[in-house]
Design a binder for this molecule. Structure first.
Ligand SMILES: Cc1ncc(COP(=O)(O)O)c(C=O)c1O
Length: 365
């Protein structure tokens, strides 16, 4: 049956998600409550209580289809960011809007650019439509903005980059990103993925909503899966020029974001105290993990996100040893980093349990 699919689809490397808690508990024969998942950059704080309350209040309306225009949620995003609703596209997670950009703007035979060690979904959505993905070498594990700009060809339609980057946590200065958007030809969309933007300190906060009027070829993507703690609901959005947003909306499934996700997202966006706490807990956790790696003599990549990537050498063996203790982290050989593991920042006790298990796995104690 494989030959029924076009060659570009057959060539797609399947996305490998973080190992689920329930599966690990089954395999180890232990209670799911004893499993610590630090593998998919989820929030250790759970969902915002305001979001949970909003969901409870919305359960009775589930016999109705959701509002396919997302009027309320676009209003909430619009108020929060000062961006008018016609510049907003809602997605079933930000993965969905990443795919919408590709489906709306990229044809088979054209090309899209992304960095080595970039988020796996970029090559995936490019390949799915038979376009060519151009992978540009990274610099110090991060986006090399100069190399990305130089890689643009006559047939290039999209440059994808994340800031901070996943899986490396590296950060590029916003003014350098503005220079990249300015430099690429106007027929090339720059898709700037800000999935981890909420974790940046105030002085590095993203200025990009304010750039939309200046850069009609800029698409910013964001998610409520990370700092907002709503990964299981699937809700994200894109910000773009109204004409770009309108075209993305044409290829969108009419009810791509479910009602509970939208209701929860509206409440979560208002809960600014929750995000401030997420940022503080994350900053302390990053520092705790970095200190732990230093004690163990391990090199790590300085991170601005809610995860940190550490060089452990035989990563697959260490991953398995951690797993045997019920600690799930993420091997990233598939991202071209076979000696590194990526670990999501947890609460202080999670970070400590992981560091202890890591020391044992390395044979340090
Ligand atoms: C860089 C980046 N972009 C986008 C996403 C997608 O997140 P979601 O589809 O949950 O919004 C992720 C999730 O891991 C990510 O790391």
């Amino acid at each position: 049956m494989r030959d029924l699919a076009p060659a570009n689809v057959r060539a797609i490397a399947p996305y490998v998600p973080g190992k689920p808690i329930a599966e690990t508990a089954r395999e180890l024969g232990i209670d799911a409550a004893r499993i610590l998942k630090m593998a998919s950059n989820e929030s250790p704080l759970g969902p915002s209580p305001a979001a949970l309350a909003a969901i409870r209040g919305a359960l009775d309306g589930l016999n109705y289809y959701p509002d396919g225009s997302g009027y309320e949620l676009k209003g909430a995003i619009s108020r929060r960011l000062g961006v008018t609703p016609e510049k907003i596209v809602l997605g079933n997670g930000s993965n969905d809007v990443l795919e919408l950009v590709a489906r709306a703007f990229l044809r088979a035979g054209e090309s899209a650019i992304y960095s080595r060690h970039a988020f796996m979904v970029y090559p995936l959505v490019v390949q799915a439509i038979g376009a060519q993905g151009i992978e540009v070498p990274a610099r110090d594990f991060g986006n090399d903005l100069e190399a990305l700009a130089l890689a643009v060809r006559a047939d290039t339609r999209i440059v994808f980059l994340a800031n901070p980057n996943n899986p490396t946590g590296t950060f590029s200065a916003w003014e350098d990103i503005a220079a990249l958007v300015e430099r690429v030809p106007r027929q090339v969309l720059v898709v700037l993925d800000e999935a981890y933007g909420e974790y940046l300190p105030d002085e590095l906060a993203s200025p990009t909503p304010g750039w939309l009027a200046r850069f009609p070829n800029l698409v910013v993507t964001r998610t409520l899966s990370k700092a907002y703690g709503l990964a299981g609901l699937r809700v994200g959005y894109a910000l773009a020029h109204p004409e770009v947003a309108e075209l993305m909306n044409r290829v969108r499934q009419p009810f791509n974001v479910n009602h509970l996700a939208m209701v929860a997202a509206c409440a979560a966006l208002e809960d600014t105290g929750f995000i401030a706490r997420a940022r503080d807990v994350n900053a302390a956790g990053l520092a705790q993990l970095a200190r732990g790696f230093e004690r163990l003599g391990l090199a790590y990549i300085a991170s601005r996100a809610n995860f940190i990537t550490v060089r452990v050498g035989p990563a697959e063996r260490i991953y398995r040893a951690l797993l045997a203790e019920g600690v799930i982290v993420r091997p990233i050989a598939g991202y071209g980093m076979p000696e590194h593991l990526r670990v999501t920042v947890g609460l202080p006790e999670h970070n400590e349990r992981f560091l202890d298990a890591l020391a044992r796995a390395l044979g340090v104690r």
